[in-house]
Write a protein that binds this ligand. Structure first.
Ligand code: THU
Length: 137
């Protein structure tokens, strides 16, 4: 699937955002290794902190269906520059994404930036840290 196609699906997912508090709609489209796409939108909450970002909605939908192998993610919002994922989402991505997997960031004007988790979250904390054989305790 082409980057623009995945981004178009993220634009469609964005329409379903539940954002009564921020009015800031975000959409995500996550492509798995079998070619299936999982869509996500942000889902806000009156208590604020339970809010789920679009990226995590897409990832959690896929993982809850037994899918953990991904090949690309597109994220979009109505921003001047292509939207950039929050730190919590980057950490969740680090659990499942190859550091070099393409992450396509966009806005409604059609601007695209292609990046990777390696660029967005270098030196990330993952399971390799606490599975280290060299751990001393
Ligand atoms: N948001 C996302 O969905 N993804 C991001 O990467 C940044 C922030 C949402 C959370 C909240 O609903 C709204 O945008 C404003 O922060």
């Amino acid at each position: 699937m082409k980057e623009r196609e995945l981004m178009e699906l993220a634009v469609q997912a964005r329409e379903r955002a539940y954002v009564p508090y921020s009015q800031f709609k975000v959409g995500a489209a996550l492509l798995d290794s079998a070619g299936q796409v999982y869509l996500g939108c942000n889902i806000e909450n009156a208590a604020f902190s339970p809010t789920n970002c679009a990226e995590r909605t897409a990832i959690f939908k896929a993982v809850s269906e037994g899918v953990t192998e991904f090949t690309a993610l597109a994220v979009v919002a109505d921003t001047a520059e292509p939207v950039t994922p929050c730190g919590v989402c980057r950490q969740v991505m680090a659990e499942f994404f190859d550091p070099q997997m393409p992450i396509i960031l966009g806005n409604l004007k059609g601007d695209l930036v292609k990046t990777t988790l390696q660029e967005l979250l270098p030196a990330s904390f993952t399971a390799k840290e606490f599975r280290s054989d060299e751990r001393r305790d």
